[in-house]
Design a protein around this ligand. Structure first.
Ligand code: EPU
Length: 418
């Protein structure tokens, strides 16, 4: 029988909590390590299923991998396969970062189309465009992505149609192996893009401009293993900030990079929440009575789509009407039905805008996480509700949040896996 997360809501969260390493940086940095000619050690990896999934994949490919206390050592020298079976990759969106890295290591790759959260179509056309712009042969056939570094594989200009995180990372990962200079225009600027670029630089790659619209890579250099520490998780930080605000709490979140949180902090301040930051600490406190708000998701540094779900959950309890607009993914409001089961009053217009009329309180209900961040929304809602809620579908939550039960318990929540 699968596990359930049981939460007795109504507590004000308070105290100190530490953020884990970034999921979305980790899942790009781990496959990047196979480009090296010697072992790498990557620290501060979160204890989440996506990391274990990668460990299994790399071992299958022939790499030597060990993992202890968030520290993974990867020796890629034994890699002797470049074709992956579907069952290994279908749990994780980021598995397609193995396309450019296996191609860089072995000359070609065949990786089944990735799984991951079902939040919209999630096409891969821009990844294929990135690779073919570098004159690799890259295409999808029968649900498998094929890539080959042809004789003509070399750096060139790549114009992305939108600043896709996945396409930017895949193109950057290919470009470090492509002789000559690559320029990626309209690149994504998320913190995990910068972290991946920093890791590549620490391996001896020449990558400049990450965090801006244009990334420049001088490729074809031999890369060596590196010791690297992954940045803190922006979305976990945001989820904890939202949980604190939603429960009229008083919480100090340690180990953060406050500048990554500016879009969320600005919105919380507008709602009457106190947000202060110093060094790597963000303090969030609220006495309740949140003010209604309008939020629109966007590419970094705009409000992250990955916080849209827990943020919407927070807006369900207040006086007044809030509006949350999703601009990145087309099906990221499916979880709203679960919030309605708890008494939330939400209308979703054209699958893009949630009109949330605040209610006095949510009542507990059996609810289901339909994807990772929907799981975060369920947790926030259950923390606010008076009484015991049981959340199923927690395998999604375990994909991306390290020990969320322990962290919230540390803040005074009544929460347990049963
Ligand atoms: N898009 C295309 N074509 C492409 C690629 C993307 O049309 O080839 C569109 C998508 O359909 C979407 C938009 O561009 O509308 C942005 O997609 P993006 O490629 O940036 O998303 P992703 O790389 O698939 C990553 C994160 C997501 C996060 C998004 C947006 C990882 C492993 N995943 O996904 O994280 O929501 O960027 O920031 O980094 C999560 O952590 O819960 C999660 C879903």
């Amino acid at each position: 029988m699968s596990e359930i997360l049981r939460i007795r809501g109504g507590r004000h969260l308070s105290g100190d909590v530490w953020v884990s390493g970034s999921k979305n940086a980790s899942v790009a940095i781990i496959p990047a390590a196979i480009l090296a000619d010697s072992p790498s050690t990557i620290e501060n990896l979160p204890d989440i299923d996506d990391v274990y999934c990668y460990m299994e994949i790399l071992r299958y490919l022939g790499a030597e991998v060990s993992l202890e206390n968030g520290k993974m050592t990867i020796d890629p020298r034994g890699i002797n396969k470049n074709v992956l079976p579907e069952a290994m990759v279908n749990k994780m969106r980021a598995s397609y970062y193995l396309v450019p890295t296996l191609m860089g290591r072995t000359g070609s790759a065949a990786v089944p189309r990735p799984g991951g959260c079902n939040i919209g179509g999630r096409p891969i056309d821009q990844t294929l465009k990135g690779l073919t712009s570098l004159h690799a042969k890259a295409y999808e056939e029968g649900g498998v992505i094929y890539a080959e570094a042809t004789e003509n594989f070399h750096g060139d200009e790549v114009f992305l149609a939108m600043p896709s995180v996945g396409a930017t990372i895949n193109t950057m990962l290919a470009a470090v192996s492509a002789p000559g200079e690559t320029r990626i225009y309209n690149a994504a600027k998320e913190p995990h893009i910068v972290d991946t670029a920093n890791f590549l630089s620490s391996m001896g790659a020449n990558v400049k401009g990450a965090g801006t619209d244009t990334i420049r890579v001088k490729g074809g250099r031999p890369l060596h293993g590196s010791n690297y520490t992954v940045i803190p998780d922006q979305i976990e930080t945001g989820t904890l900030m939202i949980a604190a605000a939603a429960t009229a709490g008083d919480v100090r979140i340690h180990g953060t990079i406050p500048i990554h949180m500016e879009a969320l902090s600005a919105k919380l301040l507008e709602m009457g929440v106190t947000v202060r930051s110093y060094d790597d600490v963000i303090e969030v406190s609220s006495v309740g009575n949140l003010r209604p708000i309008k939020v629109k998701t966007g590419y970094y540094p705009a409000f992250p789509t990955d916080l849209q779900q827990p943020f919407t959950a927070m807006c369900t309890v207040m006086w007044g009407t809030s509006q949350v607009t999703e601009t990145i993914f087309e099906s990221r409001f499916r979880y709203v039905d679960e919030l309605r089961r708890m008494g939330a009053d939400i209308d979703v217009i054209n699958n893009t805008t949630a009109i949330i009329t605040g209610v006095e309180r949510l009542h507990p209900a059996p609810i289901t996480a339909t994807d990772l961040r929907a799981g975060a929304a369920m947790i926030v809602a259950a923390l606010m509700a008076d009484g015991v809620s049981e959340i199923s579908g927690i395998q999604y939550i375990q994909r991306g949040y390290e020990h969320i039960d322990e962290k919230l318990r540390q803040l005074g929540a009544e929460i347990e896996y049963i």
